[in-house]
Design a protein around this ligand. Structure first.
Ligand code: ATP
Ligand code: MG
Length: 313
């Protein structure tokens, strides 16, 4: 095993009562990666993360963090990471700046270094303007930004985040991702869970998909898309009255079910050859249906997820 394998999860299992919540999941996370664990509600993401952060004991299998076993060497394993949940330790009566400086000191930074680090994080998370207010005046989004900032104070080697961007506005999400990337650029490794496929696609180096507790696929976003293959055809119908008729024609020509997204019909193309598209346009024209937009796009992670989870429910 190379020393590049910062997190190694081997055949991990967890049952609650008779319910198998995590089934023989194995995965490896390399140094300097952003690794995203994706899956629908109840898939077992948080349970897996709790086992990785020593909060929950696996029924079988093993997890090592920088080589330390989370069960038999839990104290050393805990020294390897930071996790956002520990933000509960933030003091409500202190300002954001004071909290960050305090955490800096608790993390062993000198007074000067903790002042510097606090200012740096306040800037990164756009909290400089409100740095000296007490937390009672903070909005939910500001609080979440501070939570993440606090977990970054000690520049953890491994950072675990459970749905870091859920419920945040787009600008705050982007800030969270940029701060995470900055940490990774300085050599840390990030393991996070998310339900936002587009975000994982854009920011994660590698992704694992879990469903009903089992790992169903893993790889780079491009690897996963290649497994699905083909391009996606998107046709926007000009007249809303004709959308249903157009959808039937598309399904017939493409020989598969196609999705409807407003007035846009979305369907996979088998291969990248032109004939089905040409035939489709001819058929639509013959039916007197005009289109306002036509687009070919690579498959999205949504397609990957739908395809991989099909028939498993
Ligand atoms: N302490 C517990 N006791 C019993 N069942 C539990 C416990 N914790 C979780 N579960 C069950 O295990 C399954 C997986 O839960 P988990 O929280 O890991 O899912 P998740 O993927 O994080 O979902 P979400 O996207 O909603 O956060 C769910 O069916 C949940 O009800
Ligand atoms: Mg969860």
């Amino acid at each position: 095993m190379g020393s590049d394998n910062v997190i190694v999860v081997q055949a991990i299992q967890k049952e609650f009562g008779t319910k198998k919540v995590v089934r023989a999941v194995s995965l490896t996370v390399h140094k300097g990666e952003i690794f995203a664990l994706l899956g629908p509600n109840g898939a077992g993401k948080t349970t897996l993360l709790k086992m990785m952060t020593t909060l929950l004991r696996p029924d079988a299998g093993s997890i090592t963090l920088n080589g330390f076993n989370t069960v038999t060497q839990s104290r050393q394993a805990r020294h390897q990471f930071s996790v956002t949940n520990q933000a509960a330790a933030i003091d409500q009566d202190l300002s954001a700046r004071e909290n960050l400086r305090l955490f800096g000191r608790l993390n062993g930074l000198s007074a000067k270094a903790s002042r510097f680090r606090a200012d740096e994080l306040l800037t990164d998370f756009d909290l400089s303007q409100s740095a000296d207010q007490t937390l009672a005046t903070f909005s939910g989004g500001m609080r979440r930004r501070l939570d993440l900032a606090v977990s970054l104070v000690g520049r953890p080697q491994i950072l675990f985040l459970d749905e870091p961007t859920t419920g945040l506005d787009p600008r705050t999400r982007t800030q969270m991702w940029h701060a995470t990337q900055k940490l990774v650029n300085s050599g840390s490794t990030v393991f996070l869970t998310t339900q936002y496929l587009e975000e994982a696609d854009q920011y994660a180096n590698r992704i694992a998909l879990i469903d009903h507790g089992a790992l169903i696929a893993s790889g780079t976003p491009n690897d996963l898309k290649k497994q699905v293959g083909g391009q996606q055809l998107q046709i926007t119908i000009a007249n809303p009255q004709q959308v249903v008729q157009a959808q039937k024609i598309c399904a017939a020509v493409l020989e598969q079910t196609v999705q409807l997204n407003g007035q846009t019909i979305v369907g996979p193309l088998k291969g990248i050859d032109g004939p089905p598209v040409t035939e489709l346009l001819t058929r639509l024209q013959l039916a007197g249906i005009s289109i306002s937009k036509l687009q070919l796009a690579p498959p999205s992670l949504d397609d990957v997820f739908l395809k991989m989870t099909v028939g498993k429910n």
